[in-house]
Design a protein around this ligand. Sequence first.
Ligand SMILES: [Zn+2]
Length: 289
Amino acid sequence: MSKHPSNDDSYRFLFKDADIRGETVTLEHVLTDLLAAHDYGAGVRRLLGEFAAATVVISNNLKFDGRVVLQGRSDGPVSLIMLECSSDGEVRGLARGELDVPEGPLSSHLPQGVLTLTVEPDIGQRYQGIIAVQRDELADVLSDYFEQSEQLATKFWLSTRNGASAALMLQQLPSQLVADDDERLDQWVTLCALADTLSADELIDSETDTLLYQLFNEWTVHRFEPKRITFGCNCSRERSLNAIRLLPNHEITDLFEEQKTVTMNCEMCGESYHFSCDDVHLSEEHTIH
Ligand SMILES: [Zn+2]
């Protein structure tokens, strides 16, 4: 049985007397599954843990069915890192490049890198924002980005170590309860200073209610019901088959001349799909009729 029953659950919370909301998550099983698909070294494992926890807290506020994708690209050791979290709480992701880099700041793994944050509703227009990696830590890059793009003060605390990662996010809301600008700023600075007292281990190890009490016991906090976060991939046999069918006919013929069965591996989850020549042609007939 898990030592921390609240792990892999994400929590939203609100302060009763301040226009500030929060999100928190600790990932354990999700991270184990995410990291199992590839042979990642310590540096990339840490990076994936932080990206995953951050993507979960960002996606937790989605008001529609869809997904949040946080992607980093660089010409440095890590050429690509991508994490997705759906509104159903399904996380998947991967990294490419030098997968055995040692632990280090984000800026050493993705020097002069660019992060892209994409919000993809199942129905409707997707929204994409771009962030240059100009700070050492992912938490600071994201805090800067949200403050600039949403015009709302936002701060992230991220922590990761072997087998687990965690995130805490605070965000100022438009004025509703508190009209006075000085008081709003004072509340924001105070709550961020309290969250700053959290150690990296406490962020991962503390049960959510304990953590909220430890930090904000002088404030009234309303915590919402948790949302279960799971590792999940939306790849399927059908999608893989469609990908093969998109190849020019002569390439499909060549593929099956070399081998009886074509295998497609999903890079995200490690799932393998096997197809015979008949599978590909049967599928074509289906689309004609
Ligand atoms: Zn997959």
